[in-house]
Write a protein that binds this ligand. Structure first.
Ligand code: KG4
Ligand code: ZN
Length: 336
């Protein structure tokens, strides 16, 4: 079965073609991505209306591109999958509308996918795919969650952020440091030249005893430091970036270890845009090596939003029998 997947929840248009039946996971035949980052950069963040309009421009050419790359035609598509949510409503509607129109035109079923399930399963496309069960640390611009994953569709929430997401903490702190959008990669790059111990920043909920996170206070602490530094700001910017990154990463690593303890599992998967962060990877690798725990990441290119993870999640749901695709073209999106 060949699944075409469309991702359009935020500022990347992604399309991919996946084939079920591959062992242990469906095979990725082709994927293509258009990032809108440059377009939104001028505004310092994603402008929803511009995002929707750009998805409209990109989605069909990208679909054609993956079909060409895979040496297939629309007639080979068995199921059309799309990101149903969460995300920007107008942006989601583009992917959902196109997917349902394609399904209706081809007489094929469609399947709406949860964006986070896409991230969660994306490490299965890596050269070293995980095995169930595992703990998952989902860290994106909109979410920060620890989950116990027992199989496809068998997810138990262990803890999550009570305010800002980890990616949001990176982005908002980056903005305070005068770095561009998206802030996470920019802050992380600058941090490489700084001292992570230079500033004492809070590690919220580090000792709360549960698996929840809170990052809103960190942003306030960074703001306070920028005020205190005043005209020394430029000279200390890299140190502040490094200290901010260290504060976020410390909490993510500590809580991940606690989740492993609580679940008794010996495997952890990291997914979502922040999973691309080098310091997070280095610290998690070290902490996991110490415990003899396996840690899995998506390929770097598949950490941030992409169509491959959406096609894959749909294919894995179909292949494992947890869901059937149906010929119902009355799409609805779930922004939250
Ligand atoms: O998963 P994603 O592409 O989109 C959402 O579903 O939110 O994640 C985007 C988030 C942004 O907040 C971005 O700043 C962050 O991931 N990010 C990073 C890095 N690369 C992306 N944060 C820290 N270090 C990075 N290298
Ligand atoms: Zn995402």
């Amino acid at each position: 079965m060949i699944v075409l997947g469309i991702e359009s929840s935020c500022d990347e248009t992604g399309v991919a073609l996946v084939q079920t039946g591959g062992q242990p996971v469906p095979a990725l035949l082709a994927h293509a991505l258009h990032s809108q980052i440059e377009m939104h950069q001028a505004y310092g963040g994603v402008v929803p209306e511009l995002a929707s309009r750009d998805h409209i421009r990109r989605v069909l050419p990208l679909a054609q591109q993956v079909l060409d790359e895979a040496g297939r035609t629309v007639a080979d598509i068995d199921v059309v999958a799309y990101t149903r949510g969460p995300g920007l409503a107008g942006a989601l509607l583009v992917g959902a509308g196109v997917a349902c129109a394609m399904g209706a035109a081809l007489g094929k079923p469609v399947l709406g996918v949860h964006h986070l399930e896409g991230h969660l399963l994306s490490p299965f496309l890596s050269a070293d795919p995980p095995e169930f069960p595992f703990v998952a640390l989902l860290v994106s611009g909109g979410h920060t969650q620890l989950m116990q994953v027992d199989g496809v569709g068998r997810y138990t929430l262990l803890g999550e952020t009570i305010d800002d997401a980890a990616g949001e903490a990176f982005d908002k702190s980056a903005k305070l440091l005068g770095l561009g959008y998206p802030g996470g990669p920019a802050l992380s790059k600058l941090a490489q030249q700084g001292d992570p111990a230079a500033f004492k920043l809070p590690r919220p909920l580090l000792h709360s005893g549960d698996l929840d996170f809170s990052f809103a206070g960190l942003k306030t602490a960074v703001l306070t430091q920028t005020h205190k530094l005043a005209d020394q700001m430029q000279a200390r910017k890299a140190d502040l970036a490094a200290s901010t990154e260290a504060a976020i990463v410390d909490v993510l690593v500590k809580k991940s270890m606690m989740a492993l303890d609580a679940s008794g599992l010996q495997r952890i998967v990291v997914a979502g845009g922040v999973g691309a962060n080098r310091r997070l990877r280095a610290q998690l690798n070290a902490a996991c090596a110490k415990r003899g725990v396996r840690v899995h990441y998506p390929e770097l290119a598949l950490c941030t939003d992409n169509g491959a993870m959406i096609a894959l999640a749909a294919a894995m749901r179909l292949q494992s029998g947890v869901q059937e695709a149906v010929a119902d073209y009355a799409f609805d999106v779930r922004p939250r």
